[in-house]
Design a protein around this ligand. Structure first.
Ligand code: HGY
Ligand code: MN
Ligand code: MN
Length: 409
């Protein structure tokens, strides 16, 4: 069994949590921001301190490989993402990268030889907060999103991914394309209430929901808030809020696991005494059932059309991103399950409503995930928290499973 150093992991977690720390105890570390650059620099120096060469690809994805005894064997890939949501939590993504780093450190400490190399990764723009869409670095790496398309995506200030990579110095020259991977495991916080409600420390993740992101723009008529009678208005915001109400009521009609979220709204001209001429909002719909998400996308368009017809407004609708559900590799899932049992750690098989880079990696290699609980299921929130004993339990499963996978024939 590979034993980990929980205190060293705690020190790493506290050190990295200072990079982009918010006053309320969270993280504000948007991808390819100055804070993300500092976290990447720290990650690079920690890997170099292990004697590893750090490689950066065209999308800024960072890799480093601990060699095994068989130079021809495909590696086991471990890791996650260092970027955070705006005013997000300290555990989402960062914990997975640091647990993978601790796994490498524990192997070095114990002078563990593995047949296969073990390779660590930090993916670019998992959160999709600054640049849409989410899991962009891993999506480009597996070829789902063309690299040049990914590089051209701009944030709301018009800065492209390519420019942000150059500004941070993480515009790497390694081609952003998959190299052979024997197996991939990502540790992540659950970001939901299930493990805590079951009183279990570890989730063995069998799959990821299907999800779709959309953007709706309603075009009304700007007019004076005073003299314009209510029946003579084409109020873009009235139509948008009508559609938003219907979208948020929609999941109940669709399935028990369907969810819909309007996370971003903007209004023009955004003046107190002007009838809104334009209203824009985003929709995120998810379910483990692909057909439910497909139906949800159609329903969003229907509700938008109905709401706009009611006020005589025009609208635009754009689907930004749509992925089917993912079923992880049963072989890797079983290694995680057996390892947790052998370590006598209470665990539960489950699926993920949150998207993760392991979803894309599973398109090209056998993959699965380890979850640790989120207190009150809270996440994408500065109050995000996981009890440290659960972090340690999850890390023990993750490190030992990585060792086992790295010795598979
Ligand atoms: O959107 C997601 O599920 C992830 O947090 N990027
Ligand atoms: Mn994440
Ligand atoms: Mn997240």
């Amino acid at each position: 069994m590979l034993s980990i150093d929980a205190d060293r992991l705690r020190r790493a977690f506290d050190t990295y949590s200072e990079i982009g720390a918010t006053e309320a105890g969270g993280l504000h570390r948007l991808t390819l921001s100055e804070e993300d650059e500092r976290a990447r620099d720290r990650f690079r120096s920690d890997l170099e301190a292990l004697g590893l060469d750090v490689r950066v690809d065209e999308l800024g994805n960072m890799f480093a490989r601990r060699e095994g005894t068989d130079p021809d064997a495909e590696p086991v890939l471990i890791g996650s993402h260092l970027d955070s949501q705006p005013y997000g939590g300290r555990y989402d993504g960062q914990l997975g990268v640091l647990v993978a780093l601790e796994t490498l450190r524990a192997m070095e400490d114990a002078d563990v030889e593995t047949r296969r190399p073990v390779e660590i990764v930090n993916w670019t723009n998992e959160e999709g907060a600054r640049f849409q869409h989410a899991m962009l670095g891993s999506a480009a790496w597996v070829g789902d999103t063309p690299v040049d398309e990914a590089l051209a995506i701009t944030d709301r200030d018009g800065v492209s991914v390519e420019e942000a990579l150059e500004e941070t110095g993480y515009d790497g020259d390694e081609p952003c394309e998959p190299h052979g991977v024997h197996a991939h495991v990502e540790l992540h916080i659950e970001q939901g209430p299930k493990l805590e409600s079951l009183g279990k420390s570890v989730g063995v993740v069998e799959g990821v929901y299907s999800m779709a992101w959309m953007e709706a723009t309603v075009h009304g008529e700007a007019d004076h808030a005073g003299p314009t009678p209510m029946h003579q208005r084409t109020d873009a915001l009235t139509a948008a809020t009508d559609a938003i109400d219907r979208v948020e009521a929609m999941p109940n009609d669709l399935s028990s696991d369907a969810v819909a979220t309007v996370g971003r709204v903007s209004v023009d001209p955004d003046a107190i005494n002007v009838i809104p001429s334009r209203a824009e909002f985003t929709v995120d719909v998810r379910s483990y059932d692909d057909a439910v998400v497909e139906e949800a996308v159609d329903r969003v368009q229907f509700e938008l059309q109905t709401a706009c017809d009611r006020v005589g407004a025009e609208h635009e609708f754009e689907k930004l991103w749509h992925i089917p559900h993912t079923e992880f590799d049963e072989g890797v899932v079983s290694v995680l399950d057996e390892t947790a049992s052998d370590l006598d750690i209470a665990h539960e098989r489950m699926v993920s409503g949150a998207g993760h880079d392991a979803k894309y990696v599973s398109d090209v290699a056998p993959a699965a995930m380890v979850f640790v609980p989120s207190e009150d299921g809270k996440t994408h929130n500065e109050a995000e928290f996981t009890p440290w004993e659960d972090v340690v339990a999850g890390t023990r499963v993750y490190a030992e499973a990585t060792r086992r996978l790295a010795n598979e024939s």
